[in-house]
Structure formats: C-alpha cells, structure tokens
Design a protein around this ligand. Structure first.
Ligand SMILES: C[S@@+](CC[C@H](N)C(=O)[O-])C[C@H]1O[C@@H](n2cnc3c(N)ncnc32)[C@H](O)[C@@H]1O
Length: 308
C-alpha cells in the first residue's frame, strides 16, 4: 500500500509549486487533504479541515467514507493538478462553493455562480417553518421573493410534491441559475420564474410567501469580509441604509398576495428580531413570531395576513 512521504507538520510547500512527478507522485488523497488542511490553517482560513476535505473529495470524485477507507492510492497527474488549482483558489480567498460551483442546502446540492448568493445553513429554519405551516394543505401555492439560486422554492417543491410555486428575482442571471436548479431537482414544471422588483409583477394569491431578502445595512456592507463581499453579489446582500428597505416593501405589499389566513415567512439578520416585527406590527400583521437558527440567533419571522 503506497504511503505518504509528506509530513503535514513540516514546512508547507504549496501544491502548485510542487513538481508534477518525482517525490510527489506518491501523494494520495489523504495526504493531499492533510496538506491542504495545514496550508489553509496557516493562511488563517476559518474552516481549514472542512474546506480541504470538500476540495479533495471533489477532485478525486470520492465520497467521505471512500476517502477514509481507501484514500491511500496515488493521485493521477490530472487529479493532482486539479487539487493544486483548487488549493490556490481557496488560498486567494475564493469560497469552496464558488470553486466547486455548488452548495448543499437541506440535503440537496444547488448550482451557485457569482450571480447568486450561496445558500446558507441558517436559512434552513425557514424551510422547517414553512413545511410545518403548509402541512394541512393538499396543493399549496408558494411565492418566493428574491429567489437567487431558487433554493427556498425548489426545496419546498421537492418536499411537497403537489405544491406549485412562483419564484421572483430582479436579477435575470439569478433566475437562469434557479432554472437550472429547478431542472436538476425535477420541479421545473411546477415552478414559475418571474423577473420582478419584489411584488411589482406578481398577480396571483398564495398560501405562503417566503423570502430571504437582502438585509445588511450600509455600515456593515462597508465592513464585510472580502470573502463575502468579493464573491456574493451586492444585490443579494445590501438592504439599504438601515438594512430594512426590503422588509418595508414586503410588509406593506405582501398581504395583497396572500389567501385568507396565508402567512409570510421571512429571514432576518441576527440583530433584526425587534425591528422587523415592529415593521410588520405597524402594517397590521397578525400572529407575529420570531424563531432562531441552529446557532440560537434570531433568524426567521413568521406572520399571518392581517384580517382586514
Ligand atoms: C439574500 S439573497 C437570497 C437568495 C435565496 N433566496 C437564498 O435564500 O439563498 C436575496 C435575493 O433577492 C434578490 N433581490 C434583490 N433586490 C430585489 C428586488 N428589488 N426584487 C426582487 N428580488 C430582489 C437578489 O437578486 C437575491 O437573489
């Protein structure tokens, strides 16, 4: 069994600077992962081990258990070159999901590009809330505002085989990404994609309106880490001067597009658990509640269409 000659605790030589043959022809998937972890760690990346694992798994087309069970075979020149390229891109700040062009959400993979926000695990709480609310409906209609990758509408359509959805975005490029994701998850026949400035072109009623709007205020936008600012589109992040612009529009208008007792489920920033409910209260929404994400941060506001 070929063993790695590389010492992960020794000096770290970037993979891209290593010879393509000779001593490193002995590199295997496990030792490549160790090297990447050490390099990423030294570079101060926040999750070196996870990033290294994801990149090595993608380059080698292995599953995690295959890496553990048989990651000791030599890497081919091609895979070595691919890992070197991934490592260099990660070290230059590019996030793993942009390097790989995909991101997992609620157990499924979604295509991501520079034109869409990479779905975040925090957003999964909206899906849990939506599924709980929609349970009694046989064929619910869902409106997703600011769909990006399409992750909210597509996940709900996948979970609810009789549901129909309309997914709105102001970005045509985002809608194109959502179309590919809808096709790859086999729900495109139940999803209408609509270019619209929030509700301006929406003309039906829905049991549920779900949204993860841009909510970062101007000051925080200026201070965003280069990783977020450089790779997620500003359109998906910037929520105006106080971060609340989209909430004001959606709160004022969404009620007209909900069926009686329909609900709004909307993502918020961790520090918006008071301000967003206040906006909704001011517009007369009923049964307003705030829920937390897995990290215990305020993340989701749910409200019922006002009776009048
Ligand atoms: C925070 S991202 C959410 C993407 C996706 N729903 C998710 O949860 O990962 C916000 C989305 O809102 C879209 N957006 C921004 N302004 C908009 C507007 N005025 N009307 C419709 N969509 C808008 C952006 O293009 C972006 O795709």
């Amino acid at each position: 069994m070929p063993a790695s000659t590389d010492n992960p605790t020794g000096p770290i030589v970037p993979l891209s600077m290593r010879p393509r043959s000779g001593p490193y022809s002995g590199l295997n998937a496990r030792s490549a992962k160790r090297f990447l972890t050490a390099q990423f760690s030294e570079a101060g990346l926040p999750t070196p081990d996870i990033d290294a694992r994801e990149l090595v798994l993608a380059a080698t087309a292995m599953t995690h258990s295959e890496l553990i069970a048989n990651g000791t075979e030599f890497l081919s020149q091609e895979v070595f070159a691919q890992i070197s390229d991934y490592a260099a891109r990660r070290l230059s700040g590019e996030p793993v999901d942009h390097i790989l062009g995909r991101r997992g959400f609620y157990g499924r993979d979604f295509k991501v590009t520079k034109d869409v926000l990479s779905p975040r695990p925090d957003t999964e709480v909206l899906i849990d809330k939506a599924l709980a609310f929609l349970k009694p409906f046989k064929a619910p209609r869902i409106l997703d505002l600011g769909t990006g990758t399409g992750v909210l509408a597509i996940t709900l359509l996948t979970e609810l085989p009789h549901a129909q959805a309309c997914a709105v975005d102001i970005s045509q490029k985002a809608l194109s990404v959502a179309r590919v994701n809808a096709q790859s998850h086999g729900v495109d026949d139940r999803l209408m994609l609509l270019k619209s400035d929030w509700l301006s072109h929406v003309d039906s009623s829905y049991e549920l309106i779900i949204s993860n709007p841009p909510y970062i205020d101007a000051q925080a936008m200026a201070a965003l880490s280069s990783e977020v600012a450089g790779f997620d589109p500003a359109l998906a992040l910037a929520g105006g001067e106080d971060g609340l612009s989209a909430y004001r529009i959606i709160s004022a208008q969404a009620r007209d597009y909900l069926t009686p007792n329909g609900q709004l489920i909307i993502e918020i920033g961790f520090d918006q658990g008071r301000t967003v409910p206040d906006i909704l209260r001011g517009d007369g929404w009923d049964a307003i509640s705030v829920s937390q994400d897995l990290a215990g941060q305020d993340r989701c506001v749910q409200a019922r269409k006002p009776a009048l």
